[in-house]
Design a protein around this ligand. Structure first.
Ligand code: OGA
Ligand code: NI
Length: 314
């Protein structure tokens, strides 16, 4: 079981607040000890559905380039960003407070701005009629030279990394290693890159102010790259009262990977998709989420290895 550590921080008014820090398992994609990777990943998926992935094939130099390009976008004047406002296909810019992830506990939308980049499907392609498929919107090259190339390259590389992670997930579920590689699954997936920028506001859960409100991701898996600023928290038991939130500290060069609701359901709730949120601590913070789902043609039904007479499909 992953260990937990905690440390205390003074809140300044004499109270002592406990800061819990999660100690997640770390999967090394370059390791030749596949059995060990499978076992670490399985333990993490049964426990909380969050783990780190290192040596995932994306160099730190390239990662830095993607973060630099992301910063260049968010630094543009609001009027320029608003020209690229997200469309009905969920492509483009999402302004501050645009998204409200946890309406029961938030007084405003999230204190973040974002930018969605999906799978590029030309308008005249019949596939473009499907939800989430269509052309992306891009800043012009005179404003942000090289931006589109960087983002398209990252989109491809992140998908390769996601496929590698999915192979270990398949083994952890006692499926064939290439189970998720089928054309209707991660062969032609719905994959969305989302650049995120938290502006340096201080969150205050007691009054409902959050960088990102509590939510679980919807899809199969999410690969999250973050800068070095602490902010992401997970809650392993959403029904606990009071809820216990643990920070997931960034590790340089690692992805934080989490399972989405679709995989929880697909695995008959054996694997977990866990509630998480982002607290702002006054520092600006950048993160890059990559959401992966199978294609529209994939039939999601209880996996054969996740059901039995005693444990029928839920
Ligand atoms: C998300 C998310 C966390 C972060 O975009 O779904 O949980 O650190 N992001 O930005
Ligand atoms: Ni999320």
């Amino acid at each position: 079981m992953p260990k937990q550590s905690s440390s205390g921080t003074s809140t300044g008014n004499g109270a002592f607040e406990v800061t819990k820090v999660s100690n997640l398992n770390c999967i090394d994609l370059s390791s030749s000890d596949i059995q060990r990777s499978v076992s670490l990943l399985k333990q993490a998926c049964l426990d909380c559905g969050f783990f780190y992935v290192i040596n995932h094939g994306i160099s730190e130099e390239f990662m830095e380039e993607v973060f630099d390009q992301s910063k260049r976008f968010f630094t543009l004047p609001l009027s320029e960003k608003m020209k690229l406002l997200r469309n009905e296909k969920h492509r483009g810019y999402t302004p501050l407070l645009d998204e409200l992830l946890d309406p029961n506990n938030q007084v405003h939308g999230d204190y973040k701005e974002g930018y969605y980049i999906g799978v590029e499907v030309p308008v005249d392609d019949p596939e473009a009629e499907k939800p989430f498929y269509g052309p992306n919107v891009w800043p012009t090259t005179d404003i942000l030279p090289g931006w589109r190339d960087t983002m398209e390259k990252y989109h491809q590389k992140a998908l390769e990394a996601a496929r590698s992670v999915a192979r270990i997930i398949a083994l952890a579920l006692d499926l064939e290693i290439d189970f998720f590689d089928k054309p209707e699954m991660l062969g032609q997936p719905i994959a969305t890159l989302r650049l995120l920028h938290y502006g340096g506001d201080i969150s205050n859960p007691s009054v409902g102010i959050f960088g990102a409100g509590a939510h679980s991701d919807y899809g199969l898996i999410t690969l999250l790259a973050t800068d070095n600023v602490l902010g992401l928290q997970i809650c392993k038991d959403k029904d606990a009262k009071p809820q216990v939130w643990e920070y997931v500290p960034p590790i340089k060069g690692a992805f934080i990977v989490n399972l989405g609701d679709m995989l929880e359901r697909w695995s008959n709730c054996i694997f977990k998709s866990t509630l998480h949120r982002v607290l702002g601590n006054g520092q600006e913070r950048y993160s890059i989420a990559y959401f992966v789902e199978p294609s529209h043609d994939c039939l999601v039904e209880c996996l054969p290895t996740c059901k039995s007479e005693e444990n029928p499909p839920k």
